[in-house]
Design a protein. Structure first.
Lengths: 300, 264
């Protein structure tokens, strides 16, 4: 069984990846824009927040700056696609690669420690909660607020225009929607959320590292697809809840897999397990329908 | 009012597939007129409509809508004046959105979109009453996903969406061609009804000469990217398909070889 600390740790990272999954939901699902920028904007958020905190800024303002940095990165990807007609996937890879240099420049070295600094979590340790519970409580609040804001936005006139852009761009244009502008706004919003996730991750782990973004896109996708398998995303709010649920389930699954000694897995197997889980999440719904189809055919 | 002057457009310029789609198209549609446009495959009907809507940019010529030169404006900047129904019944609506969300998108056509809720209570009365005019029972299914509707139902809703806010011109691009005959007749009847009731200015492209003569009050025939004839009023009364063919042959000294124009 998992220890309390491992359990809370899994939920804590799950909540952070829930924010990443929100971002990926906007790009992959709402806009139909496969965006890999997140592998760069996650450490970007971490780097910006870490350096500003080290420079003595209020940690919440530093976190806000991380969101803006993430949004800027997303906007670059979207503009490469919309204005210069670079294929969306390629545009995002270009930004992601560029961000590696940018992140090293921002930090001035490959990693920065925050262990002794005041972070957004610091005041919460005085509330009398167990040490490992504090991040979970704060991140639940952040995720809930983000979920509600995002849900309201998707139901707004602009949000609806964004959803139409991804679903049927020709129709959206005919309704007077500037589809290019919507793509820029959406991809920026998406990476802003990922920047927020990176900033919170750095503060809860006590460090920002230039390589911490590797594979974030896959984990986010795993959360999104896994969540959709558990909660059918028939409405916006269900899709958003599925993102968080998927991220937490994913982290718990990883924690159990690494804890189950009979499997003999070690932490370096993480990426392999992730790839297997994503493959299963993608393939299983299809298998389920084809099995169901076979069964009904037999009956008939 | 909408006027197109000497529109020229060549696809694939300088390639072996060079295709002059518009070769000096000129047409003026007056306020309140309902013009039907016919022509064989490749006559430039769809390209002309796409040029008016802004989906393709012409090489030369001028497009004026309500006294404003829109020749260089992209689709979304013309959308406030130009309403449109596509040939593909699935193209005019978003299947992942609900009926009310689709209508809410259309009620804001060409206007600024803000951060207030898209589907507003004050729209509901209007949505319900316009949907009930379709007599499809959709007024009770506002929260249903568009994807649950049939092609004909979706085309009827597209038509409704195009007429929800005022426009200088309504473009109908063979919007009944992809429907079965019964549904096509229903959508066509709905079209004439909406155009009459709201006194809309409309341009309807059709593949059927019969349809072109039956509805509307003016008929234009395109051939090889220009207008070959343009008839209205008394001259058009009582005209039949064979008269149209005669007219065409006289004008061009050509025989129509496109069977699909003669069928139905």
């Amino acid at each position: 069984m998992l220890s309390d600390i491992a359990l809370y740790g899994a939920i804590e990272t799950g909540l952070i990846y829930g924010l990443v999954a929100f971002g990926i939901y906007i790009s992959f699902r709402v806009l139909d824009f496969p965006d890999l920028t997140v592998d760069g904007s996650f450490p970007l958020g971490a780097a910006v927040a870490a350096m500003l905190i080290l420079a003595g800024w209020n940690p919440w303002i530093a976190t806000g700056a991380a969101i803006l940095a993430g949004m800027a990165a997303g906007a670059v990807t979207a503009l490469l696609n919309v204005k210069l007609n670079i294929l969306n996937l390629l545009a995002s890879i270009l930004t992601m690669i560029a961000l590696y240099s940018v992140n090293l420049r921002i930090m001035g070295r490959p990693n920065v420690a925050l262990l002794t600094e005041e972070t957004v979590l610091t005041p919460w340790y005085d509330l009398g909660l167990a040490y490992h519970q504090v991040p979970v409580v704060l991140f639940v609040i952040v995720v809930l607020v983000s979920l509600i804001l995002l849900w309201r936005f998707m139901k707004s006139e602009t949000g609806l225009a964004m959803r139409a852009t991804g679903a049927n761009a020709r129709m959206a244009r005919a309704q007077g929607i500037a589809t290019g502008g919507m793509i820029v706004l959406g991809v920026a919003l998406s990476n802003g959320l990922v920047g927020l996730a990176g900033a919170l991750f750095a503060q809860s782990q006590g460090a920002a590292d230039v390589t911490m973004g590797v594979g974030v896109i896959v984990i986010g996708l795993a959360s999104l697809i896994g969540g959709e398998a558990v909660i059918t995303p028939s409405t916006v709010v269900r899709a958003l809840i599925a993102c968080v649920a998927g991220a937490i389930i994913y982290r718990l699954a990883i924690a159990f897999a690494l804890n189950a000694e009979f499997l003999g897995l070690q932490s370096q197997d993480l990426n392999l397990i992730t790839a297997v889980l994503v493959t299963l999440a993608i393939v299983l719904p299809g298998v389920r329908t084809s099995v169901a189809a076979k069964l009904t055919r037999k009956k008939a | 009012m909408i006027s197109a002057t000497d529109l020229r457009l060549t696809f694939g310029k300088g390639t072996p597939l060079e295709n002059p789609a518009l070769r000096g198209m000129s047409l003026t549609v007056n306020q309140g007129e309902f013009v039907t446009v016919i022509g064989s495959n490749g006559a430039g009907k769809s390209t002309f409509l796409n040029a008016l809507a802004g989906e393709v940019m012409v090489d030369s010529g001028k497009i004026i809508v309500d006294n404003q030169d829109v020749t260089k404006l992209p689709t979304h900047k013309r959308a406030g004046r130009v309403a449109r129904v596509f040939q593909d019944p699935l193209a005019g609506t978003c299947e992942g959105l609900t009926i009310e969300e689709n209508l809410a998108l259309a009620i804001k056509r060409g206007q600024r979109r803000g951060l207030t809720a898209a589907v507003k209570k004050e729209y509901m009365e209007r949505f319900r009453s316009s949907l009930s005019s379709l007599k499809l029972g959709l007024e009770n299914r506002l929260g249903d996903k568009m994807g649950l509707l049939s092609g004909g139902q979706r085309q009827a809703v597209s038509l409704l969406m195009a007429s929800l806010t005022p426009s200088a011109i309504l473009l109908l691009d063979e919007h009944t061609a992809a429907l079965d005959p019964k549904t096509a007749a229903f959508v066509l009847e709905l079209t004439t009804q909406i155009i009459e009731e709201q006194k809309l200015t409309a341009l309807m492209v059709t593949h059927s000469m019969k349809q072109a003569l039956e509805v509307g009050d003016r008929t234009v025939m395109l051939h090889q990217g220009e207008v070959v004839f343009d008839i209205e009023g008394e001259k058009r009364e009582g005209l039949e398909v064979k008269d149209l063919l005669g007219l065409f042959e006289k004008q061009r000294g050509l025989e129509i070889d496109d069977d699909s124009l003669l069928l139905d």
